[in-house]
Design a binder for this molecule. Sequence first.
Ligand code: GTR
Length: 511
Amino acid sequence: MAAAQARKWEKRNMTRTIILLLIAISTMAHAEDRLDLPDPLTNNNGKTVDSSKAWEQVRRPEILELFRTHVYGRTPATQAKLSFEVFDENPTALGGKALRKQVALVATAAQKSLRMEMLIYLPVSAKQKPVPVLLLLNFSGNHTINPDPAIAISESPSRTKKPLRDTPRGANESRYPVEKILSRGYGIATLYYGDIDPDFHDGFKNGIHPLLDPVEGRAADAWGSVGAWAWGLSRCMDYLETDKNVDRGKVVLLGHSRLGKTSLWAGAQDERFRIVISNNSGCTGAALAKRKQGETLAAINNRFPHWFCGNYKRYNGKEETLPLDQHMLIALMAPRATYVASATKDGWADPKGEFLACVHAEPVYKLFGLSGLNTAVMPQPDQPINDGHIGYHIRSGRHDMTEYDWQRYMDFADGHWKRSTGKDEGKGTLIDVRTQTEYRKGHLKNSINIPHVEIGARIKDHVKDKKEDIVLYCRSGMRAGVARKVLEDMGYENVVNGGSYHLLKEKAAGD
Ligand code: GTR
């Protein structure tokens, strides 16, 4: 009898233990979901953002302001005068494979000037037709990206204070597969980040700071080095826009690690960058801070006190009190395209946090009727997600930027431009002019959504050339007709009313 009682107790205890275990496991599984992330689509006053117009006019500026105030600091209002000097141009560089240019960007303000030198390689086809360009800052000098003996060596200080010329030409070649880039029809433009602001803490005395910062005092939201490097990227864009061999509508901005944090901040502020890529950017780049995985705010602020603004240090160890998180930085790229890449052995950068930031940025893309990542499931290593406006991959290997990463970025850019112009279908740009709700329920492959009442304001984001073919459709053809009239009045020459969604869908199924 006693033995039977004991068995009963044992069974009951076991059941209790199993229940407790299950609760513990489910709590662990939901810890991620319970991350208290601020909603990118709720305004500071608590109102829900329900249209792309409200995003652009109210919420986007609010989020930019949050990042300026609490994280990267404010770019000074003072403007530097900028001039360009193309001091080298060689149409047969790299054994005839490249058109090389070296351009000095000279900024002048407060009776001082700063010289920053950009190196550009373009495929020779650029002489006939402007090409898309991948723009990035480099860590150790332009001369380290390729052994080309003609690359000028910067005199700016290095991180270690060792002269840059001590690092051999081409030392970092594996990170910059120039010839592979050119063979895909892309150009590459790069500038040494220390030309803009040397990467050590000297109380903001060198680089661009003495030209633009106030003489006295430093505000808690004054910009740090990441802000300064981002400013430099916009100056690179100022030049690229003037170069007749560059397709200014197709400048892709990318960056690795601290320079990936920088590319995101530069891309958030400057909408001329049409695709913005972050490679292994981690803490204060693509990774969600509130997860506190890998590098934390205290770790980054203590080691690199000059990267961000003074206010950011208030959140050391208190990530949960931040009024923002990095998914909101990624959302600032919308409706442009963006791509985040992680590496399996880069736990310091929290790959899962980088992925989740993309997932949580997606609602903003949906507001524009655009697809984002299209999944909340982290992909296997080396399985890129690249068919929406947000791309992602996790490469096998360590913290680095390899040829694998570059190839995926060019795949993404190729696909994005084909999709957004519908060129792969040979049909021009296909636009669904129904409401977002109707579009979400089903739409034609390769179509983008611009509700007919917004077409006048938003068409320029998608179609720059007024001679380009545009096909519009809606439920019956009525709204497409109205939108067509708007576009024709604006000077678009080749607009077709494709008519009814259901008929087109049936036709597509029959093709
Ligand atoms: C690390 C830093 C990271 C990352 C990296 C890099 O030391 O902790 O945030 O930026 O440097 O830029 O290489």
